[in-house]
Design a protein around this ligand. Structure first.
Ligand code: ZN
Length: 85
């Protein structure tokens, strides 16, 4: 079991709507191996905001995380409504 906290700031980084996956070569160059980094810390390491080419085509980026959806140019997820009963 890997540490679920950001290796740089210590914030919990495994929340579904903040999880993301970078391309392997980028993670190998700037990431923390089997550890986790929150997006602000990853962007600080890169010295720039994330770009569409940085992200893997996986559900974590395309479905779970509103921020990576925005980077990828996907429309915002519909707000969760309480179900009508
Ligand atoms: Zn962090």
């Amino acid at each position: 079991m890997t540490n679920p906290n950001c290796a740089d700031c210590g914030k919990y980084a495994r929340k579904k709507d903040e999880f993301y996956m970078l391309k392997d070569e980028l993670w190998q160059a700037h990431g923390v191996g089997k550890g986790l980094l929150c997006i602000p810390c990853m962007e600080r390491r890169l010295g720039r905001p994330l770009q569409p080419d940085d992200l893997q085509d996986v559900p974590a980026n395309t479905l779970g995380n509103p921020y990576t959806r925005k980077i990828l140019g996907l429309p915002p997820l519909p707000p969760k409504k309480p179900r009508d009963l």
